[in-house]
Design a protein around this ligand. Structure first.
Ligand SMILES: NC(=O)C1=CN([C@@H]2O[C@H](COP(=O)(O)OP(=O)(O)OC[C@H]3O[C@@H](n4cnc5c(N)ncnc54)[C@H](OP(=O)(O)O)[C@@H]3O)[C@@H](O)[C@H]2O)C=CC1
Ligand SMILES: N[C@@H](CC=O)C(=O)O
Length: 815
C-alpha cells in the first residue's frame, strides 16, 4: 500500500485536478489510497465567510455564491455531461447545508470552534467528492471516503487529538476487501461525541500519515508545489537545490525553522512506523523530490539552512539569577501560562542572564508577564527590567552530519562574520543537529546566502561588484570581467557578478547581475540619475554577500563614501588615489574601519598601475624589513612624455599623445603638476609607516602658470602650445650633457620630494621607455642593491588588470 496526498495548490483549478489524475494513473497498478485537501484557497475563504457572517455582514452570501460556483464549475469541467446532474445535485446539497450553518452564525452572531471546524470541513468534503467522481468518470475504480467515518479524535476543536487505537481499527476495517482506490478527505475527523473536528495546521498531511501508519504503507507521498525539501528558501537563495534525502529528525528541525514543506507533527505517525515520506512536485512530476526516512546516509555535514522572521529576544538578567534554583522554572512557567511559545533559549554559564526568543507579536505581553512574576526581585534590584530586542530572525543550519564534526560552528560563524553579520544570540543542543543563531532580520537574505555558499558551494564564491566610473579603466575592467567570466567560474570557482554600474550622470542596478556587453549602453539609456548617496544606500540595502565596491573614478566625492561603505562590511577596490593621499587621518581611519569590520580595502593600482608595488612593499614590511629609501619614476604619463620627447617634436603634442594613449589622469595637469606623482610617493611613504601629509611633499609643478586654474582640458592644450619653446630649452640642456629628462620621486630620511631632473647613461632611470615606471626599494635587507620593480605603469589594460587582480584577491579571502 502507498498513500498519496495532494495539497490545495495541486487541486486549485480543474486543469490542475486533471493533471493530478494523470499523475495518479501510473500508480493504479499498485494498491494506493489518496488524500486531498480543499481546492486551493477554499479553507481560507470558508474562514473569511464565517467571519463575515459572525460580524452580521450579509456579504458572506456573495462569497458563498463564489464558492458554490467554483465547485459546480469544476464538476462541469471535469465530468461528462451525462453524469453531471446527480453530482451537481450532491454538491448543491452540501452547499445548502453550509448555507444553513452560516445563516445560523449570522443570526446568532456566534461561531464556536466547533462550528468553525464544521464549516471548514466542507472544503475537503467537496474536493474529495468531486475528484472521486471525476476519476470514476474516467474509468478509474475509485470511491469517496469521508475521513470522519474512520478518524476518531477528542473534541479539542481546531486541533483535535487522534485516538489512534480506535482510528487504526476503523481504517483497517474500512479497507478490508476494498478494491476501489479510496479518495479521502484530508484535515477532518470526528470526535467521540460525533461532532466534526479538524486536525490543525497541515492537517491533510497528517491525515495521509495516519492512513499510511494504520495501513502499514510502504511509502507516503506528499505532493505539493515545490521540488521537495530545498537546501534553503529558494526565494532568498537563488542557488538553493533539492536535498535528495534526509532523516525525519533533520526534516523536523528544518520544518520548525521555516521550511514549510512539511509540518513536523504530521510526520509523527509515519516516523513511528518508519514509513519513508516522499516530497514530490505536482508541477514537475518526473522529478524525484526528497525522501525523508529513518536514516541520514549521504554524508553531508548539513542538509539545509532555514530561517524564521519576526523574532524578538527577551533578556532577563541580574545578580538575582546567579545560583538561585527555580528562577528558570518560574520564568518558563509564566510564559507557558501566558501561552507564549519559546522558540530559542540561551543562557551562559555565568548564569547572569537568560535570553529567550519568541514571536515579536507576543513580546510586550511576555515582558509584562515576566516583570509581574519577578516584581519583588525587580523592586529589590536583584533582577533588571526585561530587555527587549526586536526586528530579529533565527537562522539555523541543520544536519545529522555535524555531530562530532569539529569546525561546523566555526564555518558558520566565519561565513557570517566575513559578511559583517552580527550574531545576537546562539543556541545548539547536544543533539548537534541544529545550530541556531539570532541575527538582524535585515541580514537574513545575506546570512542565508553566505551560509549556503559556505556549506553547499564551499569551493565556489560569488563576488558581487558595484562599479562606479565607466571611463577608460572602468570600461576596460568590465570587458576583462566579461572575457574571463567562464574561465574564472570553471577553473577558479569564482563568479564575478556585476550588480551595478554608474558614471557621474547615471546609475543602473540589476540584482541578478548586469549583462556586461551592453551594461554601459544600457546604463546610459535606462539608468536613473546618479546620486552617490543613493548608490551607496542601495548597495547597502541590497546587503549582498561578498559585496565589492569598485571605484574607477578620480573623484573625492566618491572617496568620501568609503568609510560608510567599509563600515557596512563592503570591501573596496580602487585605482583612485584620492582617499589614500587625502589627510593622514582619513587614510588611517579607512584602514582601521576595514580592519575592524573584516572588509578589504585594496588599492594596488594606486602606484605603478598593474605593477606589484604596494603588495611587495607590504610583504617586505610584514616580514620585518625596514625601508631606507624609495626612489622612482612613478608617472607613466611623465615618463612617456620625457622618453618620447626628442628634438623636432612639440612638447604639447607629446602630452596629447600621452592622453590619447590613456596614460594621463582625466585632467593631464594632474600629471604635469607633479601632483599625481606626489600622491603616489605619499601613499608609498604612508605604507612604509610615515605619517606625512600631501603638503609636506616638495613638488615641482610643470604646468605653466597661465595653464593653471579653471579651464577645460581642451583649453589647457591650446594654451600649452605657447610653452613648447621653454620645454624645448630644458630638453636641449639635458641632451647637451648626454642626459635624459626624468620626473623623479624620492623618499629619503623621512623627507619626500618630486621633481624634474636629468640622468646620465649610468643611472637606472636612463633606459626607461614608454609609460614605464621604475621603483627602487632600498631596505635593510635590500641594502647593497635595491629591489627594482619596473614595467608599464599606466594605461587602460594594465591598470584594469591590476584592479581585476585585487577583486579576485578578495574572492580568495572570502573562501
Ligand atoms: N589611466 C591610468 O593609466 C591609470 C588610472 N588610474 C586611476 O584610475 C581612475 C580612473 O581613471 P580613468 O578611467 O582614466 O578616468 P576617466 O576620466 O576615463 O573615467 C572616470 C569615470 O569616473 C566617472 N566619475 C567621475 N566623477 C564621478 C562621480 N562623482 N560619481 C560617479 N562617477 C564619476 C566618470 O563619469 P562620466 O563618464 O560621466 O564623466 C567616468 O566614467 C583615476 O582615479 C586614475 O587616477 C590609476 C592608475 C593608472
Ligand atoms: N596618470 C597616471 C596613471 C596612473 O596612475 C600616470 O601617468 O602614471
Amino acid at each position: 500500500m502507498k498513500v498519496l496526498k495532494f495539497g490545495g495548490s495541486s487541486v486549485a483549478t480543474p486543469p490542475r485536478i486533471q493533471n493530478v489524475i494523470e499523475v495518479l494513473k501510473p500508480y493504479l497498478k499498485e494498491e494506493i489510497a489518496v488524500v486531498f485537501s480543499a481546492f486551493g484557497g477554499i479553507t481560507d475563504t470558508l474562514i473569511q465567510i464565517s467571519t463575515l457572517a459572525l460580524e452580521g455582514k450579509a456579504a458572506y452570501k456573495d462569497k458563498l455564491t463564489e464558492i458554490e460556483k467554483r465547485h459546480l464549475d469544476a464538476v462541469r469541467e471535469l465530468i461528462s455531461i451525462q453524469k453531471q446532474s446527480s453530482i451537481l445535485a450532491q454538491v448543491k446539497i452540501k452547499i445548502n447545508e453550509l448555507e444553513d450553518v452560516l445563516h445560523g452564525v449570522y443570526l446568532v452572531k456566534e461561531r464556536t470552534p466547533r462550528t468553525l471546524d464544521y464549516i471548514m470541513s466542507f472544503g475537503e468534503r467537496l474536493s474529495a467528492y468531486i475528484i472521486s467522481e471525476a476519476m470514476k468518470d474516467q474509468g478509474i475504480s475509485a470511491s469517496y471516503l469521508d475521513a470522519r467515518n474512520v478518524i476518531r479524535t477528542d473534541n479539542h476543536f481546531g486541533y483535535a487529538k487522534v485516538d489512534f487505537e480506535v482510528t487504526n481499527k476503523l481504517i483497517r476495517e474500512h479497507f478490508r476487501n476494498k478494491k476501489e482506490v479510496q479518495i479521502i478527505t484530508g484535515f477532518i475527523a470526528t470526535a467521540e461525541t460525533g461532532e466534526t473536528t479538524t486536525l490543525g495546521r497541515s492537517g491533510s498531511d497528517y491525515t495521509a500519515a495516519i492512513f499510511a501508519a494504520a495501513l502499514q504503507a510502504h511509502d507516503l507521498e506528499i505532493w505539493t508545489d515545490v521540488d521537495g525539501m530545498m537546501t534553503a528558501d529558494p526565494r532568498l537563495v537563488k542557488k538553493a537545490f533539492t536535498v535528495p534525502q534526509m532523516s525525519y529528525e533533520e526534516a523536523m528541525e528544518l520544518s520548525h525553522f521555516g521550511a514549510k514543506v512539511i509540518f513536523p507533527a504530521t510526520m509523527q505517525p509515519a516516523m513511528v512506523n518508519k514509513i519513508p515520506i516522499w516530497i514530490k512536485n505536482t508541477f514537475n512530476p518526473t522529478f524525484k523530490g526528497t525522501v525523508i526516512h529513518a536514516e541520514s546516509t549521504n554524508g553531508k555535514l548539513i542538509k539545509g539552512i532555514s530561517s524564521m522572521n519576526g523574532i524578538t529576544l527577551l533578556n532577563v538578567q541580574g545578580s538575582g539569577l546567579l545560583g538561585v534554583v527555580g528562577v528558570s522554572m518560574r520564568l518558563f512557567a509564566t510564559l507557558a501560562r501566558e501561552r507564549v511559545n519559546v522558540i530559542l533559549i540561551s543562557q551562559a554559564s555565568s548564569e547572569h542572564s537568560i535570553c529567550i526568543a519568541i514571536e515579536s507579536t507576543l513580546a510586550n505581553h511576555a515582558k509584562r508577564a515576566i516583570e509581574k512574576e519577578f516584581q519583588n526581585e525587580i523592586r529589590n534590584e536583584e533582577i533588571d527590567e526585561v530587555q527587549i530586542e526586536g526586528d530579529l530572525s533565527i537562522v539555523a543550519v541543520v544536519g545529522d552530519g555535524m555531530k562530532h564534526s569539529p569546525g561546523t560552528s566555526g564555518r558558520m560563524f566565519s561565513a557570517l562574520g566575513k559578511n559583517g553579520i552580527n550574531i545576537v544570540a546562539i543556541a545548539q543542543g547536544s543533539s548537534e543537529r541544529n545550530i541556531s543563531v539570532v541575527i538582524r532580520q535585515s541580514d537574513v537574505a545575506k546570512g542565508l546566502n553566505a551560509l549556503h555558499e559556505a556549506f553547499f558551494l564551499s569551493d565556489r564564491k560569488v563576488l558581487n561588484v558595484f562599479l562606479v566610473g565607466t571611463g577608460l579603466i572602468g570600461n576596460s575592467l568590465l570587458q576583462m570581467i566579461e572575457d574571463q567570466f567562464v574561465k574564472l567560474a570553471k577553473e577558479n570557482l569564482l563568479e564575478v557578478n556585476v550588480i551595478a554600474i554608474a558614471n557621474s550622470k547615471r546609475m543602473l542596478f540589476n540584482e541578478e547581475g548586469l549583462t556586461l556587453k551592453r551594461g554601459i549602453e544600457e546604463m546610459k539609456v535606462k539608468g536613473e540619475a546618479m546620486s552617490m548617496m543613493g548608490f551607496v544606500d542601495r548597495m547597502i540595502t541590497l546587503n549582498k554577500t561578498n559585496s565589492i565596491f569598485v571605484d574607477c573614478t578620480s573623484s573625492e566625492e566618491v572617496t568620501d563614501c568609503y568609510e560608510r561603505i567599509l563600515a557596512s562590511n563592503i570591501s573596496i577596490v580602487t585605482p583612485n588615489k584620492k582617499a589614500n593621499s587625502g589627510s593622514y587621518e582619513k587614510y588611517y581611519s579607512l584602514k582601521n574601519v576595514a580592519f575592524q569590520r573584516g572588509a578589504k580595502f585594496l588599492y594596488e593600482t594606486n602606484v605603478g598601475a598593474g605593477l606589484p608595488v604596494i603588495n611587495t612593499l607590504n610583504d617586505l614590511l610584514l616580514s620585518g624589513d625596514k625601508v631606507i629609501s624609495i626612489e622612482g619614476v612613478l608617472s607613466g604619463t611623465l615618463n612617456y612624455i620625457f622618453s618620447t620627447y626628442t628634438t623636432g617634436k612639440k612638447f604639447s603634442d607629446v602630452v596629447k599623445e600621452a592622453k590619447e594613449k590613456g596614460y594621463t589622469e582625466p585632467d593631464p595637469r594632474d600629471d604635469l603638476s607633479g601632483k599625481d606623482v606626489a600622491r603616489k610617493i605619499l601613499i608609498l611613504s604612508r605604507e612604509a609607516g610615515l605619517q606625512l601629509e600631501l603638503d609636506q611633499v616638495s613638488v615641482q609643478n610643470l604646468v605653466p602658470e597661465d595653464c593653471q586654474g579653471d579651464m577645460s582640458v581642451e583649453q589647457f592644450f591650446k594654451k600649452l602650445e605657447r610653452h613648447d619653446a621653454s620645454f624645448e630649452k630644458l630638453l636641449k640642456t639635458a641632451e647637451a650633457k648626454g642626459e635624459k629628462l626624468r620626473y623623479k620621486a624620492v623618499l629619503r630620511e623621512g623627507k619626500v620630494k618630486v621633481e624634474l631632473g636629468s640622468v646620465d647613461s649610468h643611472h637606472p632611470f636612463y633606459s626607461l621607455s614608454g609609460s614605464d615606471n621604475i621603483i627602487l626599494l632600498t631596505t635593510e635587507r635590500y641594502h647593497e642593491r635595491p629591489m627594482v620593480i619596473r614595467g608599464p605603469g599606466a594605461g587602460a589594460t594594465v591598470t584594469a588588470a591590476g584592479v581585476f587582480a585585487d577583486i579576485i584577491r578578495i574572492g580568495h579571502y572570502a573562501k
